[in-house]
Every structure is written in structure tokens, then in C-alpha cells.
Design a protein around this ligand. Sequence first.
Ligand SMILES: Cc1cc2nc3c(=O)[nH]c(=O)nc-3n(C[C@H](O)[C@H](O)[C@H](O)COP(=O)(O)OP(=O)(O)OC[C@H]3O[C@@H](n4cnc5c(N)ncnc54)[C@H](O)[C@@H]3O)c2cc1C
Length: 497
Amino acid sequence: MRGTGAGMRTLTRRTALFVAGGAAGWGLARASGAALPDLAGTERLGGNAPEGWLNDASLLEPTPVASHEMLGEGGEALADAFRARLAGGPPVNVGAARHSMGGHAIPPRGQALTLANAAVEVAPDRRTMRVHAGARWGEVIAALDPLGLSPKVMQSNNDFGVAATFCVNAHGWPVPHGPMGATVRSVRMVLPSGEWVRASREENPGLFAMSMGGYGLTGLITDLEVEVAENRRLVPAFTDLPGAGMAQAFRAAIADPQVEMAYGRLDVARERFFEDGVFIAYRPDADQSDLPAASGSGMLSRAARGIFRAQLGNEAWKGVRWDVETRLAPRIGGGPVTRNSLINEPVVTLDDRDPDRTDILHEYFVPPDAFPDFLQACRETIPASYQELLNVTLRWVDTDGESWLAYAAGPRIAAVMLFSQEMTARGEADMARMTRALIDRVLDLGGSYYLPYRPHATQEQFLRAYPRAPDFAARKRQLDPEGRLTSTFWDNYLVDL
Ligand SMILES: Cc1cc2nc3c(=O)[nH]c(=O)nc-3n(C[C@H](O)[C@H](O)[C@H](O)COP(=O)(O)OP(=O)(O)OC[C@H]3O[C@@H](n4cnc5c(N)ncnc54)[C@H](O)[C@@H]3O)c2cc1C
């Protein structure tokens, strides 16, 4: 284990990667060039949605909708607005950032609603907050940070909506927690019948469990009561290790009550695919005085796009990026950083800005004992495809014994993969084939895949990974006999169950 620097530095590790990479990456990548297939003669897909259509972050899901409205009201007024949309017109769906990638927040030919209200109210005991369903995590951090508080569990980026996070039951790097739903005490939601109800572990517990990770198909959430944590100054410790050693590293971190956040990374260069890893664990600094305001890594991070994007179609640059990640970043970016600064990063930081390609995420949840077999499955599946894997981040997710569409039936190592995909019919076909092959391997290992990404899993794979889906669909029909709530995800996987 390597040591950490002293004294608060403004450079986070991601910043360090970006600074080093930004400086060198652009020029060298241009000079060495990327080996990518020619696009001549290909069928292009996706892109920006035309007027009257909606798309999601994949850019591959353009869908016609009847209407798209922004709703800024809160409380009773928002419940009334939801009731009015549920009472008439085409079916309804509420979304936030629409970063889910399979039309989960798109109602085909329906009424699409987006919430815009950042209301956050912290309880007097400082343990929970009442937050508007549409508040984004960046807005939540801005409200909590001056109070010395921080989200307990959220995704690694700050763009996403809080109700949306509950509806996908997302996870992040804070340990030893389960998914974000585990930190939600209650939600208020308008049912398809128009009734405005509270759901919690005590009140309407079935509705609560079903709505957690229920992709907005049970009701429209107006606000949530969510647990918060203390914001702290944390110090990272970096450990180089073989990829196969990750489960052991996570187990040790979970057993250490000092560790607040942890993640791992793997080398993605094709020749050494997933052989080497680095594990980063954050513990509280001895000095907790005068915490600086939450920053994110801002402009410097944006400069880091250079090296990240230089990896595209360029194996030499994947090697450079790994060296920066494992050698340079710990030296120049290993200082203390607050928990809020670590999680206050927008997605746009790494945006590809390439009209011919799109970033596609995959995520697999693997039983820790099966992790070495998972690595082997990835080695046999991913480099054999035409897809460009630019990053994999590993996290720990504790058991989710609550939600009906649970992805973590036991403790799991989550492998979050970021691919750059060509926006062509051949790129999509290759991605679908590779995704299905990988899902089969993960299911055989007792793991599962994450639902908010591209809808390439077969119905059979969906049912293997989510065996309670038929109960979910049946109960949704009871709650919503007229089909007032819908989405492309419902149409793809649930409507026929
Ligand atoms: C770059 C990137 C990084 C990511 N990182 C992580 C990560 O670290 N961990 C992780 O777990 N996931 C991660 N994800 C997945 C992400 O958490 C989900 O895609 C999440 O849904 C995104 O939030 P959103 O605001 O874009 O949701 P949307 O796509 O807008 O909505 C998601 C779902 O919530 C429903 N919904 C939203 N608001 C309401 C409401 N008020 N009432 C009822 N239903 C509602 C929608 O109908 C939809 O089904 C990542 C995704 C991307 C693109």
C-alpha cells in the first residue's frame, strides 16, 4: 500500500489523471492516430431527437412522444399536476436527466414529464433530508455541503435525479452500503388512481419495495425522505494488485470501519486485459477542521478528457493511461479531499463530443467468490468484439433484500464498464451480440446485469436475472389497470409477462 500526501490539496486523483493526460494526451493521440473501422457505406443510427421526439443518453433511442413538459411545482401542487396528467390523455412517464439508456424514462407516444425543483430540507436531527423528486444530486450537494453533510449513497456523477436514483436503485462508492434505496426512509407518490400516498417500510411496505428499483411504473414520486451522512475530509490509499485480487481487497475494506469509500480499476489494454488492477480506499483524515466547499475537479478534470479519449482505438494510449492511473496519479493526486468533492462530478467531464460515436455503459454484479471467473469471461468476450472499452470501475454493493427487481441477491462486486460505440447498425448489432454473450456468462456465475442500460438482454436473460419480474408485472397491472404509466422498458421486457 502506498502512502498519502499531507495537507489539503485541491487536486483530486481524477484531476491528477486529467492534468497529466490533458497536457500530453491530445497532441500524442493526434500524432499516433486511432485504429478505428471506416464508416463509409455504413447505416448510421440515432443522434439528436427531432422536434416531438425524445432520446436518452445513449442517443440510440429516439422515440416519438405526444408531449414533453417541465413541472417546477412541489408538494400538493405537484401531486395535483400529476393527477391531471394521469386523469386523461396518453400514458405518462416522469424522468429526470434521462441518462438511463433503454427508454426507461420515455413513454412512446405518451406524455413525458421532467421535474425541475431543487428543494432540500434537512431534518433537525441532521440524519435525513426531505428532497423534491426532481432535485439533482449536484443541487443536493450544494444544499448539504454548507451544513457539513453529504449524500449517504448516490451514483458517481452528480447529474442524476434523486427519485430517478431510487427508481433504478443505484449504487455508488460509499461502503459498506447496499443500493441507494437502503437509505430512503419514505417516498410520497401519486398512484395511477390519483391517490397521493406515503410508502415506507411501515406504511404501504409492498408498494415501497416495488417502487424501489421499479422504474417509475408504480406511481409518480413527488418527494422522498433520505438519510444523509457527515461530509468528511478523506485520504486515499492506493494498492496495486492483480485483477483477481479485487474480492479480497473489497472484503478487507468492508471489514475496516474506517473505510468510507472504495473503488477499483482494471487495465483495459487488450494484451493484458483485466490482469492488473488498482484499489483505492478512502479513510477520514486526522484533520477535520475547516472543510473547503465542495468543488468537483472542474476545469482540470475537463482537461483530462485528453488522455481518456486518446485510448479510443489506440492500445499504446491505453498503456499510457494505465501508467498515469497507477504511477503518476497517486503521487500528485493522493492528498485529502472531501467526500462531497469526490462525488460532485458531472457526466459532461468525460463527454466524447464525437458525432459518430456514443458512450454506452454496462454493469454486472458478480458474487465476490466468482470474480476471477468473471474476469476470464470478460477476457473471452470483450476483446473479441469491435467495442472499445475505455474504463472499468469496480464497487462493492451489499445485499438488497428489499426491492422486487433486485440485482444484488447477496453482496456483489459491481463492474461498471464504459464503452465507446460506433453509432451504426453494425456497431449496434455487435454490441447486442457481445452484451448477450457476457450476460449469459455472468448469469452462469450467479450474478446479474443492471437494467438501466441498453435493452440488449433477451427476455429469457431478463427473467433469469430478475425472477420476480412476473410478480412485478402482475402487481403493476393491479395498481394501474388502465395502463396510465408506461415506458419503452415496460414495452420491451414486462408488458408480455
Ligand atoms: C455516465 C453515467 C454514469 C452512471 N453511474 C452510475 C453509478 O455510478 N451507479 C449506478 O447505480 N448507476 C449509474 N448510472 C446509471 C444511472 O444511475 C441511471 O441511469 C439513472 O436512472 C440516471 O438518473 P436519471 O436522472 O438520468 O434518470 P432517468 O433516466 O431520467 O429516470 C430513471 C427512471 O426513474 C424514473 N423516474 C424518474 N423520476 C421519477 C419520479 N419522480 N417518479 C417516478 N419515476 C421516476 C423514470 O421513469 C425512469 O424509469 C450511470 C449512468 C450514466 C449515463
